[in-house]
Structures are given as C-alpha cells and as structure tokens.
Write a protein that binds this ligand. Sequence first.
Ligand SMILES: NCc1ccc(-c2ccccc2)nc1
Length: 247
Amino acid sequence: MRVDVVTIFPEYLAALDVSLIGKARRDGLLDIRIHDLREHTVDRHRTVDDTPYGGGAGMVMKPEPWALALEGIAVAGAEAAAPTAPQGARPVLLVPTPSGTLFQQAVAQELSTADHLVVACGRYEGIDERLFEWAGEHFDVRLVSLGDYVLNGGEVAALAMIEAIGRLVPGVVGNPESLVEESHSDGLLEYPVYTKPSSWRGREVPEVLLSGDHGRVAAWRHDQQLERTRARRPDLLPGDKTAPPLA
Ligand SMILES: NCc1ccc(-c2ccccc2)nc1
C-alpha cells in the first residue's frame, strides 16, 4: 500500500519510522511518504492560511496549496501504479476532522485494501471546503473523526488511523492470528490477559487459565468479553441494549 501524508509539520509523522509500521516501510509492505504542504505554496511567504470569510476567530487553510500538493501526489501515484495495476480505483483521500464520520475498525478494515491512501492533515480551523469539492473529482474523499474531541490538527489522528489501517495490511503483523482476537475484531471488547508469574504481589492468575483445558479457557474468555462489553460498551452489543444484568 502506498500512503502519502500532507502536513505543515512533517516531523510530527516521524513516529511512522518506528516499530511495526517502520519495519513494514523498510520491508516494502508500506510505501509511506510525508509531504510538507509549504513546498506547494506559490508566494515567497509560503502562505498556507488566511482569515475566514464571514468572520470568526482563527484562520482557514487556503485551497490552492492543497490542490497543488494533491495533484502532484495523484499523478505520481498513477504513474507508479500504471505498469501493474489496471486503471484501478481512485486513491482514497482520508481527512481527519472533528466533523467527520466515526472512524471504526470496520473502516480501518475497508481502507486496508486500498492501493493508495492520501492523508490530509489540516490545522487551524480547517481547510477551505472547496478543496474537498474539488478533490471529489479525483479521489474517494473520506472525512473521518476519531471521536468527539478537538485536537490542534489532524497529525495525531492521522498517526492513529495509519497505524490502525497499516497493521491490517497482509504481512505487516507477523502472526495474523493476533489480529483475530482483538477488541472490536469480533464486535466485542477483548478478554483480560495474564502472564508469568502466576502469583504476583498476592494476586493469582484465574485458575481456568492454568487448567490446560482449552475448551474451558475459550468459554471463560468469551464470557469475559461479554461481561466487559456489557459493563464498558453496552452500545456495542447487538439487539436489546437493556439486556438484564448478568445473573
Ligand atoms: N476526532 C479527532 C480529531 C481529528 C482532527 C482534528 C483537527 C483539529 C484541527 C484542525 C484539523 C483537524 N481534531 C480532532
């Protein structure tokens, strides 16, 4: 998967050089490129923002630098893909924003199959809306939120989304088994985990986990998932949310 990230703070994305995603880049599984939006400004002050029409506090990001940056990426992506992929789907333009649809595991799963992901990290009060209208002609535009809170820009959310998506690309996680029993992969929160020592500061590992009875362990773990989901995220449970409490 090719991932291009556009930002005025390229250094913010240095975390993508580390750990699992960093290894996937070095292994060639993820082709991640970071672009400085200011490289696509056309004035000597390298202006990326201006005051909002209609007044109000803060500044708005100008559309032209974004269009120039995204055009260059779309062309480069198409050229890089041309020899192998037929005229494939349009690149996905992923825009972290508090006004987006909720980014969830199902969205990460869907986007992990994209050939080309372009992530636009806004700052200030956001990007001129006309940029997204223009981008719709060239990209599959996805405005997505991580949750109902506001950051100072899209970079932190971009890191989270790229990790959530990138780790699902085949080969990135060594043992695909570990992707199966994760929170949200089966619609429930994950069960509690334990490791050595079996007795720690007077606290014991649940006996069932030491029993060697794989059937009992699986049943106990599923019960724990249900109990945790009911207690912490009843909204994830299918059907009647007012299910009676556990007996
Ligand atoms: N829901 C997480 C999230 C994502 C993006 C932003 C953001 C803030 C300012 C400018 C551009 C994006 N804030 C929160």
